[in-house]
Design a binder for this molecule. Structure first.
Ligand SMILES: NC(=O)c1ccc[n+]([C@@H]2O[C@H](COP(=O)([O-])OP(=O)(O)OC[C@H]3O[C@@H](n4cnc5c(N)ncnc54)[C@H](OP(=O)(O)O)[C@@H]3O)[C@@H](O)[C@H]2O)c1
Length: 336
């Protein structure tokens, strides 16, 4: 029997983890759910049983085989310090992603690194996961020389309070014309009917932390430490689903047909690309699914070796929970 504790089980990512394990169970898994405050006592249906979210007790975590942290970064740091050396820890936050001793894993891309862990494995940023799952098959076939990406990230990337804020401020805007977003806002500007070209704080180089996460995490996962990547991250008033407009320059002459085929064959990626019939991925269409969807594949008119495409995925599932569950499955099976 494998004892798995999901910490932050009542949050956006944690709830999806339970849902994924309920629909596609891991044999002999015993699941424990914990939280901090708002979710304590909440009942959760899982495999015909009713589980209850309890306080996060270190004693429970230390006795587990695997602890999956679906918690803010500062909580992950505290819990990792307290229990490391006991269970294998999978952390979905950004706290340890760039630690050279911690594997940063998308199982479809670098799953073999799961077994080099020293007690702790990190899951990447949601926008990074869908980007690397498209870059990797292109890289294998044609090599990469440069990546340009602009993201259109939904509010759920900022946690459950951000979803409530978009609902409330959209209603206030429509019913009263109000553009106030309040002191407790998750965003620096109103998000309803707006776009915000800032996700997380700014760094001295003029980029945001989110943009540098995408750059650094993509390089680490692909194992190309000097890959040139230009990135702009934008928050958009969409509830769930991150979209990205990508321009990728390859080392060898790219073929759109081969790239389409390689992307479609890659596990977890589906090409939806028939613009004449309005077929291309959109966030609404991708909600509640585990795939990364690619469309609008075309040659770049301004360079010989450039291709453009549009990629969309459910950030809560594919961008966090599905990836984490796939790491748990690989650990339990004992293969990456
Ligand atoms: N949202 C995304 O698209 C996404 C994608 C990739 C990675 N991530 C990362 O995944 C993590 C979770 O994100 P989320 O969107 O699910 O956030 P969320 O909806 O705000 O949920 C966070 C959860 O963490 C729990 N928590 C907070 N402090 C805790 C503590 N000290 N002890 C135990 N539980 C604690 C909360 O419990 P209570 O409800 O009981 O207060 C809450 O359920 C974050 O690190 C985030 O950066 C998120």
């Amino acid at each position: 029997m494998v004892r798995l504790v999901v910490v932050g089980a009542g949050g956006l990512v944690g709830r999806r983890v339970v849902n994924i394990l309920d629909k596609d169970p891991i044999p002999d898994l015993r699941l424990y759910l914990t939280g901090r405050s708002e979710s304590i006592g909440r009942q959760v249906e899982y495999r015909g049983q009713t589980l209850r979210i309890t306080h996060t007790e270190l004693k429970l975590l230390k006795k587990a085989d695997i602890v999956l942290l679906c918690t803010p970064g500062e909580t992950s740091v505290e819990l990792v310090q307290a229990i490391r050396g006991g269970p294998v820890i999978i952390d979905t936050s950004s706290a340890f992603r760039m630690d050279p001793g911690v594997p940063l894993v998308v199982p479809e891309v670098n799953g073999r690194e799961i077994f080099s862990h020293k007690g702790l494995i990190s899951g990447p940023n949601c926008s990074t996961i869908q980007l690397v799952m498209t870059l990797y098959p292109i890289c294998e076939q044609f090599g990469l020389s440069r990546v340009y990406v602009t993201t259109y990230q939904s509010v759920s990337g900022a946690g459950y309070k951000a979803i409530a804020e978009l609902e409330r401020t959209s209603f206030d805007f429509i019913t009263a014309g109000s553009t106030s977003h309040g002191d407790e806002s998750q965003f620096p500007h109103p998000i309803a009917f707006n776009l915000i070209p800032q996700i997380d704080g700014f760094l001295a180089n003029g980029y945001t932390r989110e943009e540098m996460k995408m750059v650094n995490e993509t390089r680490k996962i692909l194992g190309i430490p000097d890959l040139p990547i230009s990135c702009t991250c934008v928050r958009v008033p969409v509830f769930i689903g991150h979209s990205e407009a990508c321009l990728v320059e390859t080392q060898k002459d790219p073929s759109i047909d081969v790239i389409r085929e390689k992307l479609n064959q890659f596990p977890g990626v589906t090409v939806l690309d028939d613009p004449s019939s309005y077929v291309y991925p959109t966030p609404l269409q991708c909600e509640d699914t585990d795939e990364v969807y690619v469309g609008r594949l075309r040659r770049d008119l301004s360079s010989n070796k450039g291709i453009l495409y549009w990629v969309v995925a459910d950030n809560l599932r594919r961008g966090a929970a599905t990836n984490a569950c796939n790491i748990v499955r690989a650990l339990v099976r004992g293969e990456g």
